[in-house]
Design a protein around this ligand. Structure first.
Ligand code: CA
Length: 228
């Protein structure tokens, strides 16, 4: 997934970004409310992790109202991108205000990475309107919770990035995803995009799942054939 992380604490932000990247997500990280507003106005994200106690601008003092204003502006323009707010301990009024302003869930700092990942999956399931968290297509089964992939019952071992490409395709079977859309799922800002990375991951996936599983449309992108 492509994530926007809004967090002014450099240590927390850095460790979260590293951990989420290892899970195969593309993470864009900003430190203040103004940068968050600008990112959300110009880019599309699958999910936003929003610390509420933020400075308005770089160098300012952090206050919960700044994070809340980011959320209110997003919802105010009808943008339903899932948002999980991160709040300090003892900040019950902030959590309530966050949920009232349209947050999909919240986490109290400090939290375990596993809990964050579970809540991200749960929010994405609700957002996608899928009753079952498991994706299935033509004998291939992908479980976002356990990150397990099987084909006709046999386990298929994938790297984090192969998994990210496959998950993107399986979320929208039949839809053609462009190279740029798939790169968005693999890389955050400031990360060098290897020029043929998507082709390499698709090649690896075809070796593991069969040449026919992922189809290409020359010059357009990749897709899974929708079975009748
Ligand atoms: Ca903060």
């Amino acid at each position: 997934m492509r994530l926007l992380l809004v967090e002014d604490d450099r240590m927390i932000g850095d460790s979260l970004r590293q951990a989420l990247k290892l899970e195969g997500h593309a993470v864009d990280w900003v430190y203040d409310a103004a940068a968050a507003q600008a990112s959300l106005a110009s880019e599309r994200f699958d999910l936003v992790l929003l610390d509420l106690g933020l400075p308005e601008q770089a160098g300012g003092a952090a206050r919960p109202a700044a994070g809340l204003a980011v959320l209110q502006a997003l919802r105010g323009r009808g943008d339903a991108t899932p948002v999980i707010v991160l709040t300090a301990r003892d900040a019950l009024p902030d959590r309530v205000a966050g949920l009232d302003a349209g947050a999909d869930d919240y986490l109290v700092k400090p939290f375990e990475l596993d809990e964050l990942l579970a809540r991200m999956r749960s929010v994405m399931r609700r957002f996608g309107g899928r009753a079952s968290p498991v994706l299935e297509h033509a004998g291939v089964r992908l479980d976002p919770a356990t990150r397990e992939v099987t084909q006709d019952g046999a386990t298929v071992l994938l790297s984090a990035r192969e998994f990210a490409v496959l998950e993107a395709l399986m979320q929208r079977p039949g839809a053609v995803l462009s190279r740029a859309q798939l790169e968005d799922r693999l890389y955050g800002w400031g990360e060098a995009v290897e020029s043929n990375a998507v082709s390499v991951y698709v090649h690896q996936l075809r070796k593991k799942l069969g040449a026919e599983f992922i189809q290409s449309m020359r010059g357009v992108g990749y897709f899974l054939v929708r079975k009748p």
